[in-house]
Design a protein around this ligand. Structure first.
Ligand SMILES: Nc1ncnc2c1ncn2[C@@H]1O[C@H](COP(=O)(O)OP(=O)(O)OP(=O)(O)O)[C@@H](O)[C@H]1O
Length: 364
């Protein structure tokens, strides 16, 4: 694992009182992954990024980056460690205005003492070439466009060949065409084996990344929840997140029982469950097995019927669930017609499966 956050909490103390910007974040990012971090303004994205780069310290919890406990580093060692392991790219490039582009790219090598000094310029020029800026190497930052400055900032981030690139809104101040080409550069870098973590407001770009981490109200929306409700937008997910409860069941435990009243629906965030129904002869038949990213318990809530099946925790590990009460489910479906349509379709399919087991009309 290249980046691992365990129960990271960040509370800011200010005159108005304490504000918890991160509420116990668990996150793992593997080597070579390309991850987009998205979320509403103020949700905690930058705070999360600052935990990874060591720019800010967590109030509690642990942050491991490239095998190092970041916040166990002494302040004096932090800057050099960061310089060698992380390439950091900001929205506003932050090139040094009094240095030429090639000098800007040489700076991290000078700072960390990586590469012999006679090789640094050649390496900087190679990196500028890689981002399509070699011909402008001698220019000052103010003499090139924003998109070009960001390319140089990326070359600078690559100076010490760090395994991880962290970018906070790298395309935020670029027009969409330039943003697209800078994004393409990140993709090429990820394809070449770099781990890339990129905060973005741009949903179109986020869609193009294989893995999306959604931050809502200081928490990460479970990837299973994203999978269960793929058609919710960021605002809807941000509203859903605080309504979700968490529950765990040991293997074999009954989560819902056929014939009972139902008040909650469940999204599986870890493990598997078995769905079974009682036949006319009273014997139970297994009708389905569901895993992470799938939901159950919705039929009773939507169709206003008793539980149509019994669901048990399966496997040998505890099953973890996100729990959604009746009114929360109603709220979210009321806001997202596509999600409502998906759920209606799934319910029809599930009712048909139950009917196949000779149960039509028993509870429906
Ligand atoms: N130094 C600080 N002191 C007090 N509160 C802070 C501090 N830094 C951030 N916050 C608060 O923490 C919350 C999360 O901020 P953060 O900058 O991480 O959000 P964000 O998702 O990056 O937003 P944006 O997309 O607008 O940059 C905000 O409510 C912010 O006001």
């Amino acid at each position: 694992m290249n980046i691992r956050l365990e129960q990271v909490v960040k509370t800011f103390q200010s005159e108005g009182g304490a504000y918890t910007a991160l509420k116990g974040i668990d996150l793992e990012i593997g080597a070579g992954e390309f991850v987009a971090v998205i979320g509403k303004s103020g949700s905690g994205k930058s705070t999360l990024i600052n935990m990874i780069t060591g720019i800010d310290r967590p109030t509690s919890g642990k942050v491991m980056v490239a095998g190092q406990d970041v916040h166990a580093l002494k302040r004096s060692r932090m800057a050099v460690w960061r310089g060698k392991n992380l390439g950091i790219i900001f929205q506003f490039f932050q090139l040094i205005p009094t240095l030429s582009l090639v000098e800007n790219v040489m700076l991290p090598m000078d700072f960390c003492g990586t590469y012999p000094s006679r090789d640094r310029k050649r390496r900087a020029l190679e990196l500028l070439d890689r981002v399509g800026m070699a011909e402008q190497a001698g220019k000052m930052p103010s003499a090139v466009s924003g998109g070009q400055q960001q390319r140089v900032a990326i070359a600078r981030a690559l100076a010490n060949d760090p395994p991880i690139l962290v970018a906070d809104e790298p395309t935020g101040s670029l027009d969409s065409k330039t943003a697209e080409s800078v994004f393409g550069l990140f993709r090429t870098l990820a394809d070449s084996g770099k781990t890339v973590v990129m905060v973005t407001h741009d949903n179109d770009l986020a869609q193009k990344v294989r893995r999306t981490v959604v931050v809502a109200d200081g928490e990460i929306v479970s990837e299973s929840v994203l999978q269960a409700f793929p058609r919710l937008d960021i605002d809807q997910l941000s509203q859903l997140q605080p309504l979700l409860g968490r529950r765990e069941y040991p293997p074999g435990a009954v989560i819902i029982r056929e014939g009972d009243e139902g008040e909650e629906a469940f999204i599986i965030t870890r493990g598997e469950v078995e769905v079974s129904v009682r036949g006319a002869d009273g014997r139970e038949t297994l009708v389905n097995r569901l895993g992470a990213g799938q939901y159950f318990g919705e039929i009773a809530l939507i169709r206003q019927v008793r539980r149509t099946a019994t669901v048990r925790a399966a496997g040998t590990e505890p099953v973890e669930l996100a729990v959604l009460g009746r009114s929360a489910l109603r709220d979210i479906l009321g806001q997202s017609d596509p999600t409502r349509e998906d759920m209606d379709r799934l319910i029809r399919q599930r009712m048909e499966e139950l009917a196949l087991h000779g149960l039509r009309g028993r509870h429906a």
